[in-house]
Design a protein around this ligand. Structure first.
Ligand SMILES: [Zn+2]
Ligand SMILES: [Zn+2]
Length: 315
């Protein structure tokens, strides 16, 4: 089964600098693809990283500050020009619908594919996507305008049937489903065969939590716990703590404290302020509090190994 894979398309705060673009990420989980935030230039970044536009069917927008969604309408327009007909699902604040429709209307664009809007809730956790493999929730963050984080959570999988046992006990196909769910099996002699003998454990479900832009949410653990991977904004270092508070952002140290709070396995820092040419101080500040802290550098792909739970970084 595929690992969790996250490609950083942009991790700068409001003003892009040099090799840093505004927020966008491409997530693959359970074989599904998700675009998270869509700052200016996202479609160019997708092209640069050879991520086909056609793979994107679900786009999640945290909030309506420009550095998180100004790349959306251009991407939708390109998809139209590429003859897309399949519907596109957009998840975000209620006003996203109005903003996207107004921009398309005013530029005279009539997309040949339907847009399906799903509203996040600014005040409570909300399930916004579900299929047989995973669920996605939005949850409120603390910012200067309504803003939500997203939790991508795989569902527990049924146990794996052992083929040798299937043959050994001559188990009818109709019984496999309930055995995979944990049932024991009674053979023709009336003997009960324990499920542990018939099956092997399914791989652990993985989860990814995305938190930008936000001041530290002191009770974030009420929305989720134990994410395998947590992305948390770290716009500033502690030196600029006051500025972080004023602008409803976080410092690297605060991001690390949040990683502890929610018992994350790995922490990715992002949404870096334009003030930092060198991002090392942000990483060091976080790592002093939470060891597994990494910089979400543009162009890097983070792969979470399903078995070892190690984070591999492909630069
Ligand atoms: Zn931002
Ligand atoms: Zn913002």
């Amino acid at each position: 089964m595929q690992d969790l894979e996250l490609t950083i398309l942009g991790s700068s705060s409001a003003i892009p600098v040099g090799n840093r673009s505004p927020t966008a990420q491409f997530l693959t989980l359970s074989g599904r693809h998700f675009l998270i935030d869509c700052g200016e230039g996202t479609q160019v970044k997708l092209r640069q990283h050879n991520i086909g536009f056609g793979r994107i069917n679900h786009i999640f927008i945290s909030h309506l500050h420009g550095d998180h969604f100004y790349g959306l309408v251009p991407l939708l327009t390109s998809l139209h020009l590429l003859d897309r007909e399949k519907e596109m699902h957009l998840y975000g604040p209620e006003d996203l619908e109005q903003a996207v429709k107004a921009m398309l209307d005013l530029s005279g664009a009539r997309l040949r594919f339907p847009l399906i809007f799903h509203h996040t809730s600014p005040n409570s956790k909300k399930r916004i996507f579900e299929d047989e493999a995973l669920k996605v929730y939005s949850f409120p963050l603390k910012h200067s305008m309504p803003c939500c984080g997203f939790l991508f959570e795989e569902k527990p999988r049924p146990r794996n049937m052992r083929k040798d046992k299937l043959e050994e006990y001559n188990i009818p196909v109709a019984e496999i489903r309930s055995i995979k769910k944990g049932a024991n099996w009674e053979n023709e002699n009336g003997e009960e065969i324990a499920n542990e003998e018939l099956t092997t454990a399914a791989p652990d479900p993985l989860s990814y939590a995305f938190c930008t832009d936000t001041a530290p949410v002191k009770d974030l653990d009420q929305y989720f716990q134990n994410p395998d991977l947590l992305y948390h904004e770290a716009t500033f270092t502690e030196e600029l703590k006051k500025r972080a508070k004023q602008t409803q952002h976080s410092t690297a140290q605060q991001a690390a404290s949040i990683a502890h709070l929610v018992k994350a396995r790995h922490l990715l820092l992002g949404h870096f302020s334009v003030r930092f040419n060198d991002l090392t101080p942000l990483q060091e500040e976080a790592a002093a509090v939470f060891k597994n802290s990494y910089l979400a550098l543009e162009g890097h792909t983070f792969r979470l190994n399903r078995k070892s739970k190690e984070l591999e970084i492909n630069a």
